[in-house]
Design a protein around this ligand. Structure first.
Ligand code: ZN
Length: 311
C-alpha cells in the first residue's frame, strides 16, 4: 500500500483520503460494578479514566446513583469517583437511579427513577461547566410496547435528554463477570486468558457490526460501543483501545457520531429485547433472519467462569 502511495506522490497524483472509522466509547453502571472496597474503587477508577484521558478518548460514563449510597447514606468517596471522570475531561450521563428494567414497570415509575438518577450527577457536571444531556436505557430496554416506547422518548425529548444508542452491543459484561470471579480467587492465569479472549471477541463483534452497517447503509457508520465500568476494563482498556486503533478507528464524542444520517433511520422496534440499534433498524426494515446471522458468541469457558448457562 505504501509503495502505491509513494508512486502516487512521485507522479504528483493526489493521494486519496482514507476515511477513518469512528467509534464512541460509552461505559455504563458508574461508578463501578461489583467492587465496593473504597481503595480498590479509587484505584480502578483512576486507572480507567487515566487510560481514557491519555489516549484522548472522549468517553461518556452513565451513572446509577443508587451506587453512591450505602444504607441510604450518601458516601462522599463514591461521589468523588464521579468527579474523577469529570476532572479527566470525560462526560457523565443518566442510567436511571437504580438500574430498573422498563419492561417490568410503568412509564411513570420509570420516569421517577430517571429523575432520581440525576440529583447528584447533574449538579456535579454543571459545577464544572460540563454538559449533562445523555440517557442510556438499562438493558437497552426502550419499551416493550409501542406506546411505552413513544411515552418514554417523548419524556426524554421534552426534558432535554438525548437517547444514547448502542450499535456494538456485546457480551463484555459476561467476560467482566468471569474476570471478577477469577480475580476473587486470585487466579491470575485464568484472568490473563479471559483478557486475551475478551479482546479477540470484541474485535470479532466489531467486525460483525461493521458488516451489518455496510449491508444497511453501503458504507461505514460511526459505531457506538457499550462497555461497563469494571475491573476487566480498568486492567485492559489500553489493549482494547489498541485493538480499535489497529482496525483504524478514531475515538469521537457522542454528539459527533449522532450527526451521521444513519442515526435518523426509522426505528419502530418494540419488544422485551435489548438489542443493537443496527438490529432495530434492520428489524424495522423487515430484514429476514438470515440478515442477522454470523454474530460472534461468548465462548463456553467464559460463560462457565461467569457461572452463566446461556448468553
Ligand atoms: Zn447498565
Amino acid at each position: 500500500m505504501w509503495k502505491i502511495i509513494l508512486v502516487w506522490l512521485l507522479l504528483g497524483i493526489a493521494v486519496p483520503v482514507v476515511a477513518q472509522k469512528q467509534l464512541v466509547i460509552t461505559l455504563d453502571d458508574l461508578p463501578l460494578t461489583r467492587i465496593y472496597d473504597p481503595d480498590l474503587m479509587r484505584d480502578m477508577t483512576d486507572r480507567l479514566v487515566q487510560c481514557l484521558a491519555e489516549n484522548q478518548v472522549p468517553a461518556i460514563g452513565f451513572v446509577n446513583e443508587n451506587k453512591l449510597y450505602e444504607k441510604s447514606i450518601l458516601l462522599p468517596e463514591r461521589v468523588s469517583l464521579l468527579q474523577k471522570w469529570l476532572s479527566a475531561g470525560l462526560e457523565l450521563g443518566n442510567h436511571t437511579f437504580s438500574h430498573v428494567d422498563y419492561n417490568n414497570m410503568t412509564t411513570a415509575a420509570f420516569i421517577a427513577d430517571i429523575q432520581k438518577g440525576e440529583i447528584i450527577s447533574r449538579p456535579l457536571a454543571e459545577a464544572v461547566n460540563r454538559p449533562y444531556r445523555f440517557f442510556r436505557h438499562p438493558y437497552l430496554h426502550r419499551g416493550n410496547t409501542p406506546e411505552k416506547v413513544v411515552a418514554l422518548t417523548t419524556y426524554l425529548k421534552n426534558n432535554g435528554y438525548i437517547e444514547a444508542p448502542v450499535t456494538i452491543d456485546n457480551g463484555e459484561w459476561i467476560f467482566a463477570h468471569a474476570y471478577h470471579r477469577r480475580m476473587q480467587e486470585r487466579d491470575s492465569v485464568a484472568m490473563r486468558k479471559i483478557a486475551t479472549d475478551y479482546i479477540r471477541y470484541m474485535e470479532a463483534k466489531t467486525l460483525y457490526f461493521e458488516e451489518m452497517a455496510r449491508k444497511m447503509f453501503g458504507r461505514a457508520i460511526p459505531q457506538i460501543l457499550l462497555l461497563h465500568a469494571n475491573a476487566l476494563n480498568a486492567d485492559h482498556m489500553d489493549a482494547l483501545l489498541q485493538m480499535f486503533r489497529r482496525l483504524t478507528y478514531t475515538f469521537v464524542p457522542f454528539e459527533v457520531a449522532l450527526k451521521d444520517a444513519a442515526y435518523l433511520s426509522e426505528d419502530t422496534f418494540s419488544g422485551r429485547q435489548g438489542i443493537s440499534w443496527l438490529h432495530r433498524w434492520a428489524k424495522t426494515a423487515n430484514q429476514p433472519a438470515l440478515y442477522f446471522e454470523g454474530e460472534p458468541m461468548v465462548p463456553r469457558h467464559i460463560l462457565d467462569w461467569a457461572g452463566i448457562s446461556e448468553e
